[in-house]
Design a protein around this ligand. Structure first.
Ligand SMILES: Nc1ncnc2c1ncn2[C@@H]1O[C@H](COP(=O)(O)OP(=O)(O)OP(=O)(O)O)[C@@H](O)[C@H]1O
Length: 667
């Protein structure tokens, strides 16, 4: 195409963008008008509220962000051109101006190739600067032209400096990622991906895709994203709303299962036991051991009548209910209903009348019936069950003596209500709650950083995805929890999805090649069998800087920060947790604004990040402060260092006064 033709084409595309924006504005105007008249047209208050909520969401979905392009690609199929963008835009006659990236036709934008053109003659990608269309790039698949990952626009997108929260990747989803994004709703999948291969991005886009395709069903059951901590969730929280999805629950596991305030911390030995799958069986046994044989008949006086149920039928009722394998509290109510049923039959037989609702209610609460239930199938709360176990774990046969002592309360609380629960206890409480009642199941659950899930944590998620599917995202090499798995099948079994397929992602979009090569040196020492990452990024810098004197290390770090401030993009000093406050003090003294990632309101360019908080995050320039201290701080310190080294988007500086950890020293 000549330069002149290019300019003509660009002008035509720009006017299509302007017209599409205007059309979207009209769509929003119509939705707003409907929203404001919704309560007048709806028949009743309930419908009005439902309609109101629907319309409010619709208005939000149609919001146009002037900084993000409305479309980013175009497909020429037969004689028609289809623009592909973040959402459908139609003209006043209902004709499409922009196709949603999730629409079936848009699939070809991501998947068509010379080998399998899917009817696409030309694929066009657009370059944008702040929502303004500035360039385009064509692949004439029908003429055997294909750019793949050498696309200039893809490269520019990947190499764009990172600022602020995570962005969506709709414009540049790669074929192997797209396959995961568009997997069927019923398919549970586990993505094993090296750092920066787009696992988080894939999980979020899959959620958006599934919501598009199964809107009503998933709106009812819900979609849940589980992330490792609030700093991470805040980092990813904008992605789904920019894709028009505003109704997805995003939470940490602790938040999800928090039925009590966390007021204490477990010793490592206790945490280990509480996260062990044997606790599930232990609680189950403890609970079901509460059921006792009936010792006496039930005798009820009912006006001038006396009813009696003998021990034998009572025993039968209890045995039957036990065999039905219901949650404990549901079983208890079934027993109550059957006892009342027997009383009802006696009454009918004697009086010849069917007793009414009031009578049935009275019988189900009458002292002889509740007394029988309390004796044989007593009411239990999760708190009372777990408190019983932690007060006296001696009956926990599956645990060793040492393990029992590790979880025993030094000083049992007066009541279960006043207990000082720990994070590990939340898992036990949730397990107990699951034994008592059924949990509501989400339609789809995405779990990020899943390699760190303990068996008990996986079970908590399994209860919430029993009737739905899951997307499990993680990297075995980044497992830092004491119970982190080295085999995905293990976690999948605890999640109740043993047949989910495990799919690798190996092409890295974040970390430059030189940095990946350094981090990969750690892999053989991590004891996991995962494919190495390969980086798409040939740019980037790596500097390993030895510092002669330990007391010069902090000052040298400051020099590095000052130098980094000359460049564009975010900067992070990642250090062992114990060094964070000291380093922040130096920055304050030097007048450099800074924050930590758990300070969700902060907008500082320089972050000081405790090594334990950096999982899932990324920064343009990462300065690693004393790797040996990061490794020494915890049992899986080498895995932690692997995470730390793979956070850099453009530059990595490793500053060390102590010798580098052994696996890094191979030359
Ligand atoms: N197809 C893509 N096009 C453009 N950028 C991409 C693409 N895939 C991933 N990225 C970018 O690469 C970076 C890493 O992605 P992401 O955080 O999803 O990786 P990850 O596999 O979850 O990493 P980690 O294991 O380190 O948490 C992000 O900035 C993301 O936007």
């Amino acid at each position: 195409m000549s330069t002149f033709d290019m300019q003509e084409e660009l002008a035509a595309e720009r006017s299509h963008l302007t017209e599409s924006r205007a059309a979207l504005k009209r769509m929003r105007g119509r939705a707003e008008a409907l929203f404001s008249t919704g309560d007048k047209v709806a028949g009743d208050a309930y419908t009005a509220e439902q309609l109101g909520r629907h319309m409010a969401r619709r208005v939000k979905e149609l919001a146009d962000d002037p900084d993000t392009p409305l479309f980013f690609g175009r497909l020429d199929i037969e004689e028609s051109a289809y623009h592909v963008g973040r959402r459908h835009v139609t003209d006043d006659a209902g004709e499409p101006m922009v196709l949603d990236w999730r629409a079936p036709l848009s699939r070809s934008f991501y998947r068509a190739s010379v080998r399998d053109p899917q009817g696409v003659a030309t694929r066009r990608r657009f370059g944008f600067v702040k929502g303004e269309l500035t360039s385009f790039e064509d692949e004439h698949l029908d003429r055997g032209e294909e750019l793949g990952t050498s696309s200039r626009i893809l490269t520019a997108e990947i190499e764009r400096p990172r600022v602020g929260p995570m962005r969506d990747i709709v414009a540049t989803i790669q074929p192997e990622q797209d396959e995961l994004v568009r997997a069927e709703l019923g398919d549970s999948i586990c993505v094993q991906g090296a750092p920066g291969t787009g696992k988080t991005a894939v999980g979020l886009h899959r959620a958006a895709f599934l919501l598009y395709l199964h809107r009503e069903r998933l709106r009812r059951s819900g979609v849940l994203i589980v992330g490792p901590n609030t700093a991470f969730l805040s980092y990813i929280s904008a992605v789904l709303p920019t894709l028009g999805e505003v109704e997805v629950q995003q939470s940490t596991l602790d938040e999800l299962i928090q039925r009590a305030k966390i007021k204490a911390t477990d010793e490592p030995a206790a945490a280990l036991v509480k996260n062990d799958v044997r606790m599930a069986e232990t609680l189950k046994t403890l609970l079901w051991n509460r059921i006792a044989e009936p010792a006496e008949p039930i005798m009820v006086s009912d006006g001038s009548y006396r009813w009696r149920i003998d021990i034998e039928p009572l025993r039968r009722i209890i045995d039957e209910a036990r065999r039905e394998d219901l949650p404990y509290s549901v079983g208890r109510e079934r027993v109550r209903a059957r006892v009342v049923g027997l009383l009802q039959r006696q009454s009918e037989y004697r009086t010849g009348n069917s007793p009414g609702e009031t009578w049935l209610r009275k019988m189900s609460r009458i002292a002889p019936v509740t007394g029988f239930l309390e004796a044989c199938w007593p009411a239990v709360t999760p708190e009372s069950l777990v408190a019983e176990l932690l007060t006296d774990p001696s009956a926990a046969e599956l645990l060793t003596e040492e393990e029992r002592e590790a979880i025993r309360w030094a000083k049992p609380p007066k009541t279960a209500k006043s207990a000082r629960w720990t994070t590990g206890d939340l898992l036990l409480l949730d397990e107990a709650a699951g034994l008592l009642e059924r949990e509501n199941s989400f339609g789809h659950v995405v779990v990020d950083e899943a390699q760190d899930l303990s068996p008990m944590a996986a079970r908590a998620i399994a209860r919430r995805s029993e009737h739905g599917s899951i997307t499990l995202l993680g990297d075995l090499a980044q497992g830092t929890a004491p119970w982190a798995t080295t085999d995905w099948r293990e976690i999948l079994a605890h999640l109740g999805k043993p047949d989910a397929s495990v799919v690798p992602l190996t092409v890295g979009f974040r970390v430059p090649e030189a940095v990946v090569t350094l981090a990969n040196r750690l892999l053989p020492a991590l004891g996991v069998n995962v494919p190495e990452a390969v980086s798409l990024r040939r740019d980037g810098d790596l500097a390993v800087i030895p510092v002669a004197e330990p007391d010069e290390l902090d000052a040298r770090t400051l020099v590095e920060v000052t130098a980094a401030l000359e460049h564009e993009g975010s900067i992070a000093i990642i250090a062992a947790d114990a060094a964070v406050d000291r380093l922040r003090g130096h920055l304050t003294a030097a007048g450099i604004g800074h924050a930590t990632p758990d300070d969700l309101e902060a907008e500082a360019r320089v972050m000081v990040v405790p090594a334990t908080l950096v999982k899932g995050l990324e920064y343009d320039h990462v300065i690693v402060h004393e790797p040996a201290d990061i490794v020494a701080a915890e049992p899986r310190g080498l895995n932690r260092l692997y995470v730390v080294l793979t956070r850099a988007v453009t530059r990595l500086s490793v500053l060390h006064a102590k010798p580098l950890p052994e696996p890094l020293n191979i030359d």
